[in-house]
Ligand binder design. Sequence first.
Ligand SMILES: Cc1ncc(COP(=O)(O)O)c(C=O)c1O
Length: 400
Amino acid sequence: MRRSRRSFFDVLAGGRSDAGHDTGLWIAARGREDAQAQAAQGSAVAARPALPPGVKAIRISSNENPLGPGKAALDAIVRKFPEAGRYPFNSTPADSALVTAIATKFGAKNENVVLGAGSQEILKSAVRAFTSPTRGLVTAAPSFENCPQFTKKLGHPVTEIKVDAALRLDLEAMAAAAKGAGLIFLNNPNNPTATVHGSKAVSDFVQKVRAASPDTVILIDEAYHDYVTDPSYESAIPLALQTPNVFVARTFSKAYGMAGLRVGYAIGQAATIKPMAQLKMPYNVSVFGVAAALAAFADTKHMEAERARNAEVRAFTVKALDDLGCKSSDSQGNFLFVETGRPADAFRDACAAQGIMVGRPFPPLEKTHARISLGTMEEMKKATAVFRSVLRPVTTTAGK
Ligand SMILES: Cc1ncc(COP(=O)(O)O)c(C=O)c1O
């Protein structure tokens, strides 16, 4: 039977799950990830461990928000379907409304904001704009790999500074390596180690680098900003707006639950972010992304609830792993970096055999640590039961 456009939208908007989401969308978002994602994404996904037939995955491998967008954002997406035929600048509100909303939230002007198709577009543009064969990238190891991978692809030098004993960015060593660099990637909180530096440490770092190497651009990636509970932390956005050659990257992919919609942005002084505006793909953020991001920004109550939900799940999971003798670093994100004492790929494969998809190996700590993203409480209860069986100490009968 052919469905009319109206009834199609009615179906999308009809029926609520008990979580308050539109059921049609909820079904679309959950439960079909594996077969469809693997078919759609090809080789990158094919490298992931296969699930046993009939086992439904709990996907805690990519630091996604397990609940997806909040209700206001979902409703905004549904309302936008009739405008799917419009370019984002012709939609109402247009993509510039999102730029204005972001600028207003941070007391800035539109010229201080560049949108990206996720913050990865921003990160890539920064590598393109600020590194060269003679001015390389300085980053941490392990940290989010997008910038070093792309810099290496361009054949530009990369200096990787190992995290310290507490798995925090070694800011002193990074500052010392910064002289003459094109770009520094400072991920705060740092993925995958989940640790943060407080605002004073970050502003001292910026001052030190600016004094020694004023032409070096500092990219502070705050993808997990909304999940931080450490009171010493503050966003570096005010610092970036006051300081040349410093900018912050943010994303709607994490706490806002919109990883599939691909919305991120850079914010900083206009002259600093201009090269990224020039490299930006035209119409890089969809009408759905714009509508959802605007609605999500306005829904501050939902963000508070999401932050509290994550903190509760985080405390539960840290304790469950601690009880197994596996210590986590001080997590300030929606994921843990855990010392399992065994290779990350072996741990990942053993968990996948029971339907629990955890993170990939992160060199140089791939022999001892695993990254576990946080799902819902129900998911983490199931996951920690699997961790208990996988991480059970090997008992030996020798000598008995
Ligand atoms: C630190 C960090 N930055 C940026 C991103 C990219 O996010 P997106 O491109 O989805 O905005 C991620 C994703 O995992 C991340 O962990």
